[in-house]
Design a protein around this ligand. Structure first.
Ligand code: ZN
Length: 190
């Protein structure tokens, strides 16, 4: 295991060992780990240096501050290659995902026992970010229902908009919809 915590994000190499330390509490493999990729034998390693550098920047500026504040967690997902995106979203091979996960600029997180909306709110108030999406949170299903999607664009790659969005169940259509602001499915009015 190598300690890469001192390597600047914008100098980070494309390849590192899975157990190499990227920040105080996160290892390299956590930036690409995916149960779906494992099960479907999808190679979800970074393919471009811009992706790994964006993910390292996100790790140090989003994941680590959340870990420092709330304790141990494993990100559900950080980088997702196009093939993994197609598998997750059940798309054809000619479809291209515009998700910031494909750029290494987004993560999906949950803190055990912490209401998803509270986590989203803390990130919004304390960290720099491009977009937060409070996804599928329904407190009737327990505090850990849903997850928080956080994206951040590294310096020189564009601006961070500070956009707040929720993906909630619309009671009228019975479908999930994107709405502005941070809210729960229980109070959705979209
Ligand atoms: Zn996400």
């Amino acid at each position: 295991m190598a300690d890469l915590t001192g390597v600047s994000w914008d100098k980070f190499p494309l390849r590192a060992a899975p157990s190499d330390q990227v920040s105080k509490n996160f290892k390299f493999y956590e930036l690409t780990a995916s149960e779906t990729a494992e099960r479907l034998l999808i190679d979800n390693r970074f393919t471009r240096v811009a992706e790994v550098r964006a993910a390292v920047h996100l790790c140090r500026n989003v994941l680590q501050p959340i870990r420092d504040k709330f304790g141990r967690f494993t990100p559900n997902s950080v980088f997702r290659c196009q093939e993994l995106e197609r598998a997750l979203k059940k798309k054809r091979s000619n479809w291209t995902s515009a998700s910031q996960h494909t750029l290494g600029q987004a993560c999906d997180i949950e803190i055990p026992g912490m209401p998803t909306l509270e986590l989203a709110d803390w990130v919004a108030k304390n960290l720099e970010f491009d977009q937060i999406i409070c996804e599928c949170y329904d407190p009737r299903k327990g505090p850990n229902s849903g997850w928080v999607h956080v994206s951040i664009v590294p310096p020189g790659m564009g601006e961070n908009r500070g956009k707040l969005t929720s993906y909630v169940l619309d009671p009228r259509s019975g479908k999930y919809v994107y709405v502005a602001g941070l809210q729960t499915s229980g109070t959705a009015s979209a």
